[in-house]
Design a protein around this ligand. Structure first.
Ligand SMILES: [Zn+2]
Length: 350
């Protein structure tokens, strides 16, 4: 049946392979927005202070589960924040005991709370070797932080300067290039079949840099990596809807309260957890590939991580345009929900 005639779509329950839940009041407010539709998520460790050790990851996991409303099911897959003093034995124990699923690499200074990240990659070599040995994936924020490199070029430069040499030194390491934003990254993943995958966010499939900068600055479309020009967005859509097993959903849903977004130096991050599945259904339908949504959101991620796909399902049903709230309330202040700029017709029955 052509996509235009499809009005319902049942898929395995999706997972989010890149998510920021924060902590405290924010955690309590945003967790249900993800758990409503998603079964699992890779939880980013960039708290203040960051989640570096197995013990910290275990404690954070407990706080997440304590914040989960009664009756909701959700499995947080924890990550450890890689620093130049990370202990390989602690990483190994965290993985083997099921406390952590992956390690997160932030080049120092790349994004929100990344000051503890890595400057000298030789200092983390023993950790990377251990991860390669035990099959633990490295999630990579793929941008250089050199202030001389144009912000729109930082992902492409990262691939050449950091990622290629790193993968050459540790070829058995499983690497997830997170939130790819460029055709360069899509091509690099397509050309490298072993131990490499990429996540794509909801918003990078929908916005380009004009959305941020044309006709007045739009802080709620500002995130890192920053959205690029339209040709790159088109390449991302093609990768996402292709069914290629190396591309899967990582929303990078990253809540900040509005006062922290709307100021002279506003925070990077877009909050897409509530309406991601409705947004994605529109993107896949427009591309005529609605039936590939399950591969992107529910199948390719667990396959790369070596985990089973969900046994549960959700159903998307097409109808009148939906009204998602424009904000959610937290005890710290309101958080603006991503506005895709078009009507959302696909209702999620989870
Ligand atoms: Zn992120």
């Amino acid at each position: 049946m052509p996509d235009k005639d499809l009005t319902t779509l049942t898929i395995r329950r999706p997972d989010d392979w890149h998510l920021h839940l924060r902590d405290g009041n924010m955690l309590r407010a945003v967790l249900p927005e993800t758990a409503r539709h998603f079964g699992r998520a890779i939880i980013m460790p960039n708290l203040v202070p960051p989640v570096v050790t197995a013990e910290q990851a275990s404690a954070y996991r407990d706080r997440i589960m304590a914040a989960l409303p009664d009756g909701m099911q959700f499995e947080p897959l924890m990550t450890l924040y890689l620093t130049e003093t990370t202990d390989p034995d602690d990483v190994r124990a965290a993985f083997e005991n099921g406390i952590a699923t992956a390690v997160k690499l932030y080049p120092a200074g790349a994004t929100t709370n990344s000051a503890s990240g890595v400057r000298d990659f030789e200092k983390v070599r023993s950790v990377l070797d251990t991860m390669a040995e035990i099959g633990m994936p490295l999630c990579v924020h793929g941008e250089v932080t050199d202030s001389n490199i144009d912000i729109f070029d930082r992902e492409a430069v990262f691939i050449d300067k950091i990622l290629k040499p790193l993968r050459k030194k540790v070829p058995d390491l499983k690497v997830v290039m997170e939130h790819v934003t460029t055709e360069d990254a899509v091509d690099y993943v397509r050309d490298n079949h072993k131990n490499l995958a990429a996540t794509i966010t909801t918003h990078h499939l929908i916005i380009n840099r004009n959305h941020i900068l044309a006709g007045g600055i739009k802080p709620h479309y500002y995130c890192l990596p920053v959205a690029k020009r339209e040709a790159h967005r088109v390449a991302l859509v093609q990768a996402a809807v292709s069914g290629d097993k190396r591309f899967f959903l990582g929303t990078d849903s990253a809540p900040h309260i509005d006062p922290n977004k709307l100021q002279t130096c506003g925070c990077a991050g877009i909050f897409t957890a509530p309406n991601t599945m409705s947004c994605l259904a529109e993107v896949f339908e427009a591309a005529g590939e609605l039936k590939k949504l399950e591969a992107f959101a529910s199948l390719n991620g667990p396959r790369f991580y070596g985990l089973p796909a969900s046994e549960q399902t959700i159903t998307l049903r097409k109808g009148d345009p939906l009204k998602y709230p424009t904000h959610i309330a937290t005890e710290d202040g309101p958080v603006t929900v991503f506005d895709p700029g078009f009507d959302l017709h696909w209702h999620v029955e989870a």
